[in-house]
Design a protein around this ligand. Structure first.
Ligand code: AHR
Length: 498
C-alpha cells in the first residue's frame, strides 16, 4: 500500500480554469461527424434531434462540452463553407478529404447544423477556417455570414436560411497545421499569409479571436518574430500534442503503461515551453496571446501508419481505437497540467469527440457506449470555471519512468462558491494507495466518486457498455480539514468538500 499525504493550498490560487480548457473537436473524419454525431433528418431507426443522434447528444451534454471545434483538422483546409448552407437537397457533393481518407461528402452537416449542435450541447463554437485551398475573401465572408447584425447580402442570406440572430462566433482558426496538411508552408510564408488574413478578418469582426497555427520551435519563434510588429493580430497560438508512446491500444506492458502516463504528463511542459516563446516575443507588450492546444490526446499505433510501433497499423484506416482505463488516467494527468497552466493555456480540445482517436463516446449502428475517458472528464466537472489551487505532495512515492520520474499519487484541486473539489490519481500499475488529504477550512464531504477497474486495460464496448463507470468512494474524516481515502491501483477519484 502506498502511503501518501497531500495538502491543498487554498491560500495560493493559480488562476481561473476556463471552460474553454474542456473543449472538444469534431472533424469530418471517418465516423466522427457523419454517423457519430450526425445521422441526418432522413434516418428513422435511430432517434435524433434535428439530425443529431439523441443518445450521443444526451451523453455529450452530461460530459459536458463547453466548446467545440469544427470542421477540422486537415479537413478544414479543403472546406468551403458555402457548400454547407441552403437547402440540404441542393448542396453539392464534394470530395471530403482529411488524413488520407477520401469520402463523398454531401455537406448535410453545415454551418447552421453545427450551430444547432452547439446550442443543444451548450457549447461555444470554434470554427476552423480554410487557408490551404480557400481565400481571404472566403474566410471573411464566412465570418460576416456568421457574425454580422447588419442587413448585408450575407447577413440576409443567413436570416433566409433560418437564423435571424448572428451566431456570434468568437473563435476562428486561420488554417490548421499549415506546416503540413494545411499547405506545407514554411514559418515565414505562413506568417506573411496569416498577417493578411488576420488584418482583413479583424475588419469584419474586431471582437473575434483569431487562432494562428503554431508548431514546435523553430516554427513558433520564426512565426512570432516575422509578425513582431503585428502581434496584436494573434489572440491564440494553436499547437497540437498527440501521445504516441503507448505500445498498443489494449495489450500494453507495465512499461508501456507508464510510458503513456509520462507522455501525458509532458503535455504541461510542452504548453509551458510554447508559452515561454510567446512571452519572449511579446516582451513588454500588454497584448495577450494564449496557447490553444486545440488537438490533444492519445493516438494509438493501430490507428496510424506513422510514428512509433506503426507496424501495428490496422487496415482499413478508421481512426477508431480502443479506449482503456489507462487512456482515461492519461486524460486526468493532462488536465492536472492544464489547471497548473491555466493562466497561459487559453483553450484545449480533446481529439476527437466521437468514434475517432481519443473519443469519449463511441457508436456502432444503434449502439452507443462511453469510454473510460468520458468518465475521467465527468470527474472534472466541479473544476470547470473554478479557481485552480496547488496540491502539494507532502509525502509520497516516486515512480521512475525512463529518465524522469513522477509521483505515484497526484492531485489537482479547485475552489468555487465556497466548495473545494480535489481530483486524485493513483498512477501505480498494481499498488493501492492510502491517502491523507489536508484541505484547510473544510468540514464536510458532499460527494466522492471513483473511476476504477481490476485492470488498466479495461474497456467498455457495444456488448459490455458498463464495465468501467463511476462508483461512490468512501471518505473518512479526521477532523480539522483532514480526510482519508483509499484508491485502488490505476484509479482516479474526485472528492467535493465544503
Ligand atoms: O485529428 C486528426 C488529425 O490530426 C487532424 O486532422 C490534424 O489536424 C492532425 O494532424
Amino acid at each position: 500500500m502506498l502511503d501518501t499525504q497531500l495538502t491543498v493550498r487554498r491560500n495560493a490560487p493559480i488562476g481561473k480554469i476556463s471552460p474553454r480548457l474542456y473543449g472538444h473537436f469534431a472533424e469530418h473524419l471517418a465516423r466522427c461527424c457523419y454517423d457519430g454525431l450526425w445521422i441526418g433528418n432522413q434516418s428513422t431507426d435511430i432517434p435524433h434531434i434535428g439530425g443529431f443522434r439523441t443518445d450521443v447528444v444526451k451523453a455529450l451534454k452530461a460530459m459536458p462540452v463547453p466548446m467545440l471545434r469544427w470542421p477540422g483538422g486537415c479537413y478544414a483546409d479543403h472546406y468551403h463553407w458555402r457548400d454547407g448552407i441552403g437547402e440540404p437537397g441542393s448542396r453539392p457533393k464534394r470530395l471530403g478529404m482529411s488524413c488520407g481518407l477520401q469520402v463523398e461528402d454531401d455537406n448535410s452537416l453545415g454551418t447552421h447544423e453545427f450551430m444547432a449542435l452547439c446550442q443543444l450541447l451548450g457549447a461555444e463554437p470554434y470554427l476552423a477556417g480554410n487557408m490551404g485551398s480557400g481565400s481571404v475573401q472566403e474566410m471573411c465572408d464566412w465570418m460576416e455570414y456568421c457574425n454580422t447584425a447588419l442587413s448585408t447580402s450575407l447577413g440576409q442570406e443567413r436570416v433566409a436560411n433560418g437564423s435571424p440572430q448572428p451566431f456570434g462566433v468568437k473563435l476562428w482558426g486561420v488554417g490548421n497545421e499549415n506546416w503540413g496538411c494545411g499547405g506545407n508552408y514554411d514559418a515565414e510564408s505562413y506568417a506573411h499569409e496569416y498577417r493578411r488574413y488576420a488584418t482583413m478578418l479583424r475588419h469584419v469582426d474586431p471582437s473575434a479571436e483569431l487562432v494562428a497555427c503554431g508548431q514546435l520551435d523553430p516554427w513558433n519563434q520564426t512565426f512570432l518574430q516575422t509578425n513582431q510588429r503585428h502581434l496584436e493580430l494573434i489572440d491564440h497560438l494553436s499547437v497540437h500534442y498527440y501521445w504516441l508512446q503507448s505500445g498498443t491500444e489494449l495489450d500494453f506492458s507495465e512499461e508501456q503503461y507508464y510510458a503513456l502516463l509520462a507522455e501525458a504528463e509532458s503535455t504541461e511542459d510542452f504548453v509551458r515551453r510554447t508559452a515561454d516563446y510567446v512571452r519572449e516575443a511579446l516582451g513588454s507588450k500588454t497584448h495577450k496571446i494564449g496557447i490553444a492546444l486545440d488537438e490533444w490526446g492519445v493516438w494509438h499505433p493501430e490507428a496510424r501508419s506513422w510514428g512509433p510501433n506503426n507496424h501495428l497499423h490496422r487496415k482499413p484506416d478508421t481512426y477508431e481505437q480502443a479506449g482503456t482505463l489507462r487512456d482515461a488516467l492519461a486524460v486526468g494527468i493532462a488536465l492536472e497540467g492544464f489547471h497548473h497552466q491555466c493562466t497561459v493555456l487559453s483553450l484545449a480540445n480533446l481529439a476527437q469527440i466521437v468514434n475517432v482517436l481519443h473519443a469519449p463516446v463511441m457508436t456502432d449502428g444503434a449502439a452507443m457506449w462511453l469510454t473510460p475517458s468520458y468518465y475521467a472528464l465527468q470527474l472534472h466537472i466541479p473544476h470547470i470555471g473554478a479557481n485552480a489551487l496547488p496540491v502539494e505532495v507532502v509525502q509520497g512515492t516516486a515512480i521512475p519512468v525512463g529518465e524522469v520520474s513522477f509521483a505515484a499519487v497526484s492531485g489537482t484541486a479547485s475552489e468555487q462558491a465556497g466548495g473545494v473539489a480535489v481530483t486524485l490519481i493513483n498512477r501505480h500499475f498494481d499498488q493501492p494507495a492510502a491517502i491523507t488529504l489536508h484541505v484547510p477550512g473544510t468540514s464536510q464531504a458532499t460527494r466522492a466518486q471513483l473511476l476504477t477497474s481490476d485492470s488498466p486495460r479495461a474497456i467498455n464496448s457495444a456488448q459490455f457498455p458498463d464495465q468501467v463507470a463511476l462508483v461512490p468512494l468512501t471518505v473518512g474524516a479526521d477532523g480539522n480539514g483532514t480526510w482519508r481515502v483509499e484508491l485502488p491501483a490505476h484509479s482516479m477519484a474526485t472528492i467535493q468538500l465544503v
